[in-house]
Structures are given as C-alpha cells and as structure tokens.
Write a protein that binds this ligand. Sequence first.
Ligand SMILES: Nc1ncnc2c1ncn2[C@@H]1O[C@H](COP(=O)(O)OP(=O)(O)OP(=O)(O)O)[C@@H](O)[C@H]1O
Length: 624
Amino acid sequence: MAAVSEPQEFSFQAEISQLLHLLAHSLYQSKEIAVRELISNASDALDKMRYVSLTEEAHRDEAPLQIVIEGQKEPRQLVIRDNGVGMTREELVANLGTIAHSGSLEFLKKAVSQNKGDLSLIGQFGVGFYSAFMLADRVRVRTRSFKETEGWEWESDGTGTFRISPAGPLERGTEVILHLKDDVSDFVEESRIRSIVRRYSSFVPHPIRLGDQVINDQKPIWVEPKSQVTEEQYLQFYQHLTHHSNESPLWHLHLAADSPFQFRSILYCPPSNIELLGFGRLEHGVSLCAKRILVQSDCRELLPDYLRFLHGIVDSEDLPLNVSRETLQDNTVIRRIRNTLVKGVLDKLNQMADQAAGGFEEFHRQFGGILREGIPSDPANRERIAKLLRFPSSDSDGAKLTSLDEYIKRAGPDQKPIYYLGGPSLASIKTSPNLEIFRRRGIEVLYLSDPIDEFVMSTMQTFDGRPLTSIDSENVELPEVEAEKKADEEPLVGTTRVLELFKAALGDRVKEVRESKRLTDSPCCLVNADGGMSSQMQRLMKMANQDFMPASRILEINPSAPLIRRLGSLSSNRDHDDFIKLCALQLWANAMLLEGTIPEPESMVARGQSFMEEAAQKRSTIIV
Ligand SMILES: Nc1ncnc2c1ncn2[C@@H]1O[C@H](COP(=O)(O)OP(=O)(O)OP(=O)(O)O)[C@@H](O)[C@H]1O
C-alpha cells in the first residue's frame, strides 16, 4: 500500500448525504438506537478478532476482548472503544463512505415515512454506523487494523464530506468519538448509558465496560436447557440478533442434539415478511458458531432457501473453527444439522397448525408464499410442506383458506382427485365457466391465484395418493355425469352445423371444437389437452419467455346455452354462416380474455364494432 501521510478529504456517496439528512430529522426515541448500532459494530469487530487470533498464528493474542464506553462532560462526548480488528485506510474509505446494499436508502425512507420518523429499523439496512449523526454533530473514528502498525483517523460533521488523516501508533481496534449535540447531553450520564445497554445490548457476547463495571449479561442462552431460559431472555436475544428493537418474533424454536453430532440452536420467525413490502429477496442467514465462537454471521447453508426468513444461531462442538464458506457447502456436519433444523421447523409448524390459537394463520399469511417454494426444491419434505399450505376454495367462495387435508375430509371417500383452477385473480377464477359443473354437483375446487401455486401443484402431482387435477384439462373425470342428463331436454337443432362453422372460423386457433359435458349456463369454455399445461401455467410461461408457444386449446360449446341454441336455429339458413363464424371468433376471444390473455386485439375491436352496428341498425328499424 502506498503510504499517505497527509490528511485527505473525500465526498460521501450521494446516497449517504441523503441518509445523513434523514438522520438529522429523526425522532428522539430512535436516537438510543445509535448506541446499539455502534456497540453492535464493535462486537462484530471483536468476533472477527477472536476468530483471527484463534486461526492465525501471527495474530494470536491472549488479551481479553472488550468494549469500553465512556461518557465525558467536558468536552461533551460519548466514546465507544473496542480492541477488535480495526480498519485500514482503504477499509475506512469503503466502509464509512458508501452504502453496501443498493436500494437500502429507498427502503429506509419508505419505512421512516410509514413509521413517522422512527428510525429503529436502521440496523437492518447495513447503514448502522451513520446513525452516529443522530447524536453527534461531529464524529471521529480512530482505528488501527490488526494488519498494520499505524492507525488512521476518520472525521466528519455529516455534511457531505469526511477527512482521513494518519494517527500514528494507536492501540489495535477502533474508537468512535461522538461530539454530542445539545439535545442529547444526557447520553453522557452513567445511568442513561446503563439503561440503553440493558435494553438493547445485553446479549452482546463480549464484556461491555462502563467505568470499572461490566454492564451486560453475555450469557449464551442457546447452550442453556430450555427450562432455564425465560421468555424475556428469548425476546432480548432476538432483538440483539436481528437489530429489530421494538419487535417480538412470531415464535421461536430452541433445539438441542447430542448424538451422533452435537449442536444447539435457537431459531426465530420474525413477525412480518419484508419481501412482501418489496425489499427484494431476504439474504440474511443464521449465525454459525463453533464452540461458542462466531464463525460466520450470515450462514446460508444452514437452512434451505424456503426457510430463509428465519433468524437464529447454531453452535456446534463438532465443527472446526476454520471452516471456510466453500467447505461449508459439502460439510457433512452442516448437512446433518440442516436436516435436523428443517425437521424441527416443520414439526413446530405442524403443531402450530393443529392448534386453533397457535398463530399459524398469521404465519401462513406472512410466509406461506416463501414456504411453498420448498415443494419443488425439497422433494424429501414435499408432503410435509404440502400439509402446511393453505388455499382459497369454492367451499367458502374464496373467502377462507383451506388445507389439503380439510379438502379431502370434505370431499369424502368417493372423490379421488383434488381439483383446482388457476387464474390471474380470484375474481376471474370465480367467473370461469369451467366451474359450472363443479358448482352444480357440489364438488369443491381450489382457487389458485398466486402464480407459484400452479407450479407447486404440477410439481407435486399427487397429495396423499390423490391426483391433483386442473379442471381446465380435457378429460377431467367427473363421476356419474351421464346420470344427470335431463330427460325432458328439448332436442337441439343445428348443433352439428354450429360445430362445423365454429371449426371453420377458428381454424388453427384451436385444436378442436366439440360439445361440452361440463357447461350448464355459459355458451363455451376453453380446455387443455390431457397431460398438457394448465392455462394459467401457459400464461405464466409466456410472460417469462416471449418465444413460448402456448399449446392449442379445445373449445367446448354448450348446445343448451340460449345463444348456441339460437345459432343452431339460424344455421339452417346459409345466409347466417358469416354471422355464426363471427360469433365463434368472439366467443373464443371472450374465453381467452377471462383467462387473462388478450387475443388478436385488432380483429376483436372490429368485431365488437360490427356487432354494435348491427344492433344499432335493428334499433333504428324499430324506431322508424
Ligand atoms: N468498530 C468497528 N471496527 C471495525 N470495523 C467497523 C467498526 N464499525 C464499523 N466497521 C466497518 O464498517 C462497516 C459499516 O458499518 P455499518 O454499521 O454502517 O454497517 P454494517 O455493520 O455492515 O451493517 P449492519 O449494521 O447491518 O450489521 C462494517 O461492516 C465494518 O466493516
């Protein structure tokens, strides 16, 4: 590295300047969060140092790792010091001059405006350090990296620029010095500092010293037996792990295994799914410790993607300290821990689902969408995950959700398949003509308006030995339809001719036109060839890939619908052929529209116009 002996001035990344402005206008109550964020950074730096000193001979160090807090009245400043890894000059520029995650600021702005200026979420967005400017009008960071012998000082008043200068041979670690603003002068009081630490940082796993006292708890609650841990401790530990102060988890799970390999774990489910708010995919992982020492803070290998919303810690005696990210992927111990965690979580969810007041509904509302990703990705647990899924169905006209087990119970022993219908929205599914025969016969159909659900169904194929069947497929088995035919039905005139004309008009747009056995009121519907994709799946494939060619469909017409009957009688006169063909095209287009596909818009508009002209002409004849 080239030596830089002069102070140098830098500009903050534009996003940071905006963030600093936001922080300057934050609420008083969120100012405490700044202390927590700085302690949490210090604690991370100590974790890293402990790891380095245990794994790198050259940096072995017996001195105790600790955080020291000092409040000073003259000059009025709060100091937070650690003997962790410290930062090099390059690290200072990169870490305290830019925002790591793009999009963080936008999301934070949204969250702040929704929460009326409350910035307590700040730690979740990787911008915790900057919260120092909520308390201070000038911040100095004096630091020396364990890799170097000389240190650096970073300084800023939070208005667009920061300056870095050489600071000589400092102690290893980092000292953050906050020159406090007038309205937070009480932050130098011992009692104030003590209460903030107790509230937000009691689980920091390193001693936090104030004067000659250690003011935090540090007990690793995950190694304690469950019966010894209080709800309050679980809650505080959650808030420590996630930086979500003011928030309680939906549930927690404390697991312990001793053979054939040993580990302890606490997993937490947060109360809400921030993916639903549009903050992209959750990328945090679970903290992995080996013999109490943090090896990796966001370990993604410990849980499958479909449980990525869980927070927590896993600590094993059977892991070496120097497991690298690469070796984690095919480490047998990790794989086994992961299987045990998945089993534990699914057991827990099953128990919750069995108890009326178990909170499962809320869990499903928040995380059901992510959980179902496990159906395609985790074949071994497919059936167990499927039991936890909930769908709207015709049983409550889409108002309530049902499980597949409840569906089967209602269907009774004679009905083999589990029927479903996908569509772009609940409203459009409910108007589908394909449902008519099911409604009349009282057969329940699941309504799948979430795009992933159809994919889930077609991957599963069966549940509890019953086929999962899309009702828009060609040969949907409906027991005893024949027996239902009305004896006194009038003979239908012209159906064969109507079918011929429809075929001629539609040509290659459809695979076939035929008489329907499933329709009772609507004139027609579209169905898919057996074994092919459902309409909704084809629509989604088309959205994902413009070149996707949807399979030709079968148009079924209902000879007893009033419109088709009338076309039947008209068909005896060849003069009406063109009109019947126009109707064929329009009926087909209507059916496509109901499924969310816009078919040949130009000709559809022209047809609509010609129908209106004809109707208007008839009216004027009546008037004249
Ligand atoms: N006391 C410290 N010692 C060493 N490095 C630090 C210290 N404080 C901050 N840093 C470095 O600065 C980076 C930015 O800190 P900041 O609090 O803004 O975000 P973060 O800690 O990465 O995110 P999060 O708050 O979500 O954990 C840290 O990742 C770390 O590399």
